[in-house]
Design a protein around this ligand. Sequence first.
Ligand code: FES
Length: 319
Amino acid sequence: MTPETIDVIVARRTQPADGIIVLDLVADADTTLPPFEAGAHVDLHLGPDLVRQYSLCGDPFDRSHYRLGILLATKSRGGSATVHRAIHAGDRLQIGLPRNHFPLATDAQQTVLIGGGIGITPLLAMAYHCMRGGKLFALHYCARAHAKAAFLDELAAEPLRSKTQLHFDDGDPAQRFDPRRDLPEPSPDTHLYVCGPAAFMDWVVKEARNRGHADLHIHREYFEAEVDKSGDGFKVRLANSGRIIAVPAGISIVKALSLAGIQVDVSCEQGVCGTCMCGVIEGVPDHRDSYFTEHEKAANDQILLCCSRSRTALLVLDL
Ligand code: FES
């Protein structure tokens, strides 16, 4: 075990829906699980070069176990397929400490959580957090079909039941998610949280903007994203050593650095997780990620090295 990881045991594995398994992880003997915030995720170490991130979807006030809901991705790059095939109750695993790139706003008077498919997972933890704090909130769970929806027993029981609305694509059209009906009126105290497939999220975010919700109040977490790798080559200079490294067309900064013998921590390699974030000292990044908000992108003082490129011939990185 390294300081950044903890050893856990799979206490329970269930399959509550088509293609989705739920793992309950408990601490190894004589240890306790660190606290986590709603919206946080952990790295699941599945092999020497196989680390994947999954949201913690249990109650943040319950430290007895961590719960993960994992969808078998149709284009799995190895992570979800390995979990579904090879991880069972009783197995020992290493996970990273919880990290939160999708935190709840502390000043919200009203919170609306909108999850599409497996995007429900971080929102479940948020729902528990809001419920425990006596906050005004609503949870919308959109799924393609009833058979593909997990956590239904949990959502059908109090205390979540009265705050939850389910929306199934294969159900009565009247119950489908309708942004004009289901999104609240914008207000300075209202925050929206959206998580799910990119197309679903883009649709919800667009509708929320059209209704007048401020971009800073529309919080989102992408699980996967297409990365546009097109564009010309450029150079990066490493501020600490002064080394200049060429990043050719079609090659990511991470890859170019690796070829030069410099390793950068990565996980998703899709501009989704934030692991490869780096400060920018000079130059203007060409942001290609789904991680930063528009506001953060406009600041141009950070870049995700796995996917983003440069609008200037040279980027000086805080490396
Ligand atoms: S490795 Fe996940 S954003 Fe770069």
